[in-house]
Ligand binder design. Structure first.
Ligand code: PLP
Length: 384
């Protein structure tokens, strides 16, 4: 029996077109783009082409794109780099409790260095209400960082509205678009953002290649120093092959996005309807909110997510927990905790994330397996 991969939010396999773009830059063409000889200039041409492609997809200028070693690095550069560059103007930043740890741990660092940090609460759908965001901005606020789409529950934020509020207040606005990039529009002018992070391995590109969009005129301090690569904003010889693979994957993902969202969204709806019909005491998180087509976060009452995941894995289904598992205990993740779920549901949250490889036959198979596993676990009373 072939395995069923429902963990596309964790990572996606690189698509053949991305791999084809990378291969020539790994072997015979794998030179340093900063070298002035012909080999180096060829590598530079590949890097420039990738930068032009990413810029075009984002509606940006090529110089506004900085390549990084993935999403976390892009986010670190945005949050730490923009806050530190504006330190003389003010030392207050705003974010939310539901962000990825790449943001949360970066603002923790700023806090240890004397910044004030406001971590806004989210509503039951995982969203930051615009009015609360507006109220949190102060004269000393220099940076706000709010995610475009949540990686655990898939909620899509009203980024254009939030960015407008920040701009009116003269606050630099960063969005973590790592989960959004496969399925949502990324035009930085339509979104109105100053900084935007993406990561290749979430849209069928390679791991370890990402980018940060930096609007012209936005002060940023490099966080990796050394050579003058990336216009002095990120030192280190560029991962030309990875960047080329990422750019290829991004162009294709954005061209296919509407069709992919419709197809994957229909499969996601079928999965949720099937589970809710066959299993009692389940809840789809953020069901009423705008959500990414591929992510379904489902809370099963009186079931341990860890045990459910193990049983699913044994049955050939790869999914992931909506809770952080620590040896012998299950703590609800910071996102699940923020949703205010009833206690019986908190330890039983599973994230199913669908993608390009997901088929209707796979979803039907999952729907025959899950009710059996949940019933078995509940019968055995192996609950946390
Ligand atoms: N932000 C979000 C919303 C994510 O889902 C992830 C990855 O899971 C990241 C940031 C980090 O990206 P990377 O794994 O490329 O460092």
């Amino acid at each position: 029996m072939k395995r069923i991969y429902l963990d596309h939010a964790a990572t996606t396999p690189a698509r053949p077109e991305a791999i084809a773009a990378m291969l020539p830059l790994l072997d015979a063409g794998g030179y340093n783009p900063s070298s002035i000889h012909a080999e180096g200039r060829a590598a530079r041409a590949a890097l420039d082409a990738a930068r032009n492609d990413v810029a075009r997809v984002l509606g940006a200028k090529p110089r506004e794109i900085v390549f990084t070693g993935g999403g976390s690095e892009s986010i670190n550069l945005a949050v730490l780099g923009a806050a530190r560059a504006a330190a003389a103007r003010g030392r207050h930043v705003v974010t939310s409790v539901a962000e990825h740890h790449a943001v949360l741990h970066a603002v923790d660092m700023l806090e240890r260095d004397g910044w004030e940090v406001t971590r806004l609460a989210v509503d039951a759908n995982g969203c930051v209400p615009a009015a609360e965001f507006a109220a949190a901005l102060r004269p000393q606020t220099t940076l706000a960082s709010l995610m475009s789409a949540n990686n655990e529950i898939g909620t899509v934020a009203s980024i254009a509205e939030l960015a407008r509020i920040a701009r009116r207040a003269g606050v630099v606005f960063h969005t973590d678009a790592v989960q959004a990039a496969a399925l949502l529009p990324l035009d930085v002018d339509e979104l109105g953002v100053d900084l935007l992070s993406i990561s290749g391995h979430k849209f069928y590109g390679p791991k370890g290649a990402g980018a940060l969009y930096i609007r012209s005129g936005t002060p940023i301090e490099a966080q990796i120093v050394g050579g003058g690569q990336e216009y002095g904003r990120r030192a280190g010889t560029e991962n030309v092959a990875g960047i080329a693979g990422m750019a290829t994957a991004l162009v294709l993902a954005q061209a296919e996005r509407a069709a992919a969202a419709a197809r994957i969204g229909a499969l996601r709806d079928r999965l949720e309807a099937g589970i809710c019909a066959a299993v009692h005491d389940v809840q789809v998180n953020a069901a009423g909110a705008p959500r990414l087509a591929g992510i379904s976060s489902i809370a099963f009452a009186a079931v341990s997510a860890e045990q459910l995941l193990i049983c699913l894995d044994l049955a050939g289904i790869a999914a992931s927990a909506g809770s952080a598992c620590a040896a012998g205990s299950l703590e609800p993740s910071h996102v699940i905790a923020a949703l205010g779920l009833p206690p019986a549901y908190r330890a039983g949250v599973i994230r199913f994330s669908l993608g390009q490889a997901t088929t209707s036959a796979q979803i039907e198979r999952v729907l025959t397996i899950i009710p059996q596993i949940v019933a078995h676990l509940r019968r055995a009373a192996v609950v946390v």
